[in-house]
Design a protein around this ligand. Structure first.
Ligand code: FES
Length: 96
């Protein structure tokens, strides 16, 4: 279990950042340090839809339901506001 998780944004101009294990992305990503935009931060607006590759827990039922609407059949799609990082991840924005 890593103490620190590396968050990188391939394909963007943003540098990688480091978060402590199990931190929620929406509490630490800002317009200054990441390409991810947030709206509601509660998993209902879909603004924060991302493609994420790395070791993170699977979505809860509510998030899964949203993902099936916003990005059906994309196993890497997640709502950034619902993600806790538990390993190194790569994040790209997705257009909803
Ligand atoms: S910010 Fe609204 S779903 Fe994540």
């Amino acid at each position: 279990m890593p103490d620190l998780c590396n968050i990188s944004f391939p394909g963007s101009d943003f540098a990688s950042i480091t978060l402590e294990f199990n931190k929620n992305l929406s509490e630490h990503l800002t317009i200054q340090n990441s390409p991810v935009l947030f709206g509601c931060r509660t998993g209902i607006c879909g603004t924060c839809l991302i493609k994420i590759i790395g070791n993170i827990p699977p979505p809860e039922a509510d998030e899964q339901e949203m993902l099936e609407t916003l990005a059906p059949n994309n196993p890497y799609a997640r709502l950034a506001c619902q993600v806790h990082v538990t390993g190194n991840v790569e994040i790209c924005r997705m257009e909803g």
